[in-house]
Design a protein around this ligand. Sequence first.
Ligand code: DX5
Ligand code: ZN
Length: 220
Amino acid sequence: MSAKVAPSLLSADFSCLRDEIKRIEKHGAEWVHLDIMDGHFVPSITIGPLVVKALRPHTELFMDAHLMVTDPERQVKPFVEAGLDLLTIQYEATAHLDRVLRIIKAAGIKTGVALNPATPPGVLDYIWPLLDLVLVMSVNPGEGGQEFIPAALPKIEALAREIKDRGLSTILEVDGGINRQNAREIIAAGATVLVAGSAVFKADNGMHLIREVSAFDFEA
Ligand code: DX5
Ligand code: ZN
């Protein structure tokens, strides 16, 4: 089983996002991770559907959006129309999780739910059939460049076991504080997609991490 890196544009140069996408493409990326923050669920504000729509014609990368937005049900339509491939919402950001996931699915793109570090995996018990991806937050959402929270590892292991036991093919993505030093351990715990922002865009030879991770090989 192999894993991949989804480079997070949050740590890219925002004055030339199109060039930054070309750079990760050149280094073998298949996904690009877009962190959408609303200044409410988290203090920062990043990008909205207009930017996604502007970038869409310039890349065929799988656009993986992570909405750190309160009441995401109000934002699904413009983001889907902007051309995303997958929309992940935060479990903690809505009282209507089942409903939002159904809206996303009905719009024809893939669904994801992100769990904050303190949120237990059991909250997914009744929505597994609606999920294409689970995102384990290994930092508290809001900014790049934070340190990986080790308690995420047993959570990844528990979720990987659950996905296997249920016979599902749900993607297990992990986000926050991932770098060249800890990537192997996170994949060994069961992650299949690693989000990395600063380790790709701000570290020495960071772009090489994309191909390095794809080359790791683990027993399924
Ligand atoms: C944090 C974001 C992450 C962030 C990861 O709220 O969801 O995607 O960009 O950045 P690094 O890899 O720097 O921890
Ligand atoms: Zn993210």
